[in-house]
Design a protein. Structure first.
Lengths: 212, 187
């Protein structure tokens, strides 16, 4: 019913209606305020975009220690450049592409000298229970968390390209496609179709596993 | 990419994919709520739902560690209006062709701020560098917002440190009345 071109035009509409773009319209204002000395604005930027930077780093499959260091480096550099960011409205894309570049350097430097691991950087806090769980009946919670784990496992086993794209897309709040493009070095126009394809593949895996 | 054609092919036939109970129902509900949306097809909706489910899973299984969030909040102290930033203009990791067999070649970095150039070489043994044009300077090796280890550049602008920086680092150089900070990066 559609020609080849029609679906991609439909996909192209998606990025601009996604939450990220809307919720981040004030990023430019926050960046300018932070540059002028407003620490609360800085905190708001960190809280709004920190999860995106984390997602970009996680999408690149670094060791925990590398992931932590890249994350820090990105924010240190952003703080350093704060008053000089050319397009404050695109701070999310700036952070994403900086994170990507640092991740790629880690891969290039795979044989880098092993430096002493800083033990407190290796603390894992991911296993903290979700607060919502206390609201559920114990059995329901167990079933739910089993479902979440199964979903995550299938996600982890997707092809590398899909896993990477989805890991960035599922940052919270959802990133704009411009940010995703900066994070992964892929054209904005190809994100929609790839996303569709990857989610379809993930759905198929779940169904093959009898999760439906 | 060949795959894209496949994707469209499957997409055209998406009607069959929608036959999975819940997804079809949700699709119907959304139709009712949002009549203005032009033909949101079931697959789009299913994709939305799956993505959202995955987002919640990520929030539980791979969240941003709170300590890192705090580090980024604290990084605001690195916003220094008085310092000039020396940008990274050469990084051997990116700009140099690797020499065959030289697997642990030193990392060579060059930073520039106007007429000031800082050449830095990082090895497993430490760090050495030179400030150009040559001049004495007091240097701090920063690893974060805290004060860094002090170094001194001699009259030729040369400086060395016995321990290599681990993790993010930057050099803050004071020479005359000038303060220059190199762009943050990982050693």
């Amino acid at each position: 019913m559609r020609t080849g071109a029609a679906p991609s035009a439909a996909y192209d509409d998606v990025p601009y209606t996604r939450g990220g773009t809307v919720e981040r319209t004030d990023v430019g204002a926050l960046v300018r305020s932070a540059a002028d000395g407003d620490a609360a604005a800085w905190k708001a930027i960190v809280e709004g975009l920190g999860p995106l930077v984390w997602s970009v780093v996680r999408a690149h499959r670094l060791s925990d220690a590398d992931a932590h260091e890249v994350y820090q480096t990105v924010w240190f550099r952003f703080a350093q450049h704060l008053g000089r960011i050319r397009e404050p409205d695109k701070a999310g894309a700036w952070l994403s592409s900086t994170a990507r570049n640092e991740c790629l350097k880690v891969h290039r430097n795979a044989r880098r000298l092993m430096l002493t691991d800083d033990p407190h950087l290796l603390d894992r806090v991911s296993e903290d229970g979700a607060p919502e769980q206390s609201l559920l009946e114990a059995e329901e919670a167990a079933a739910q968390s089993e479902r979440v784990r199964r979903l995550w496992q299938e996600f982890e086993e997707l092809g590398e390209r899909c896993r990477q794209l989805l890991r960035v897309l599922i940052a919270s709040p959802p990133p704009s496609y411009q940010e995703v493009s900066a994070a992964l070095g892929i054209a904005v126009g190809s994100i929609g179709p790839l996303r569709q394809r990857c989610l379809r593949r993930l759905r198929a895996r779940l169904e093959a596993r009898g999760a439906a | 990419m060949n795959g894209t054609d496949d994707a469209h092919g499957t997409n055209d036939a998406h009607g069959t994919d929608d036959a999975h109970g819940m997804n079809g129902m949700n699709g119907g509900a959304a139709f009712d709520e949002d009549p203005a949306a032009a033909e949101p097809d079931g697959e789009d909706l299913d994709a939305e739902l799956l993505e959202e489910e995955l987002r919640r899973a990520a929030a539980v299984l791979d969240p941003l560690p709170p300590a890192l969030l705090q580090t980024a909040v604290d990084a605001y102290a690195l916003h220094d209006l008085d310092a000039r930033v020396a940008e990274l203009t050469f990084d051997s990791l990116v700009d140099a062709i690797p020499v065959r067999g030289a697997m642990d070649a030193p990392r060579m970095l060059t930073f520039s701020a106007g007429e000031v150039t800082v050449d830095v070489e990082v090895t497993g043994q430490g760090l050495m560098g030179q400030l150009l044009p040559p001049r004495p300077a007091r240097i701090e090796v920063l690893g974060g917002p805290q004060p860094g280890a002090p170094l001194t550049a001699d009259d030729m602008g040369r400086f060395t440190a016995d321990t290599p920086p681990s993790g993010p680092f930057a050099l803050r150089l004071r020479t005359g009345g000038d303060v220059v900070v190199t762009e943050w990066l990982r050693a």
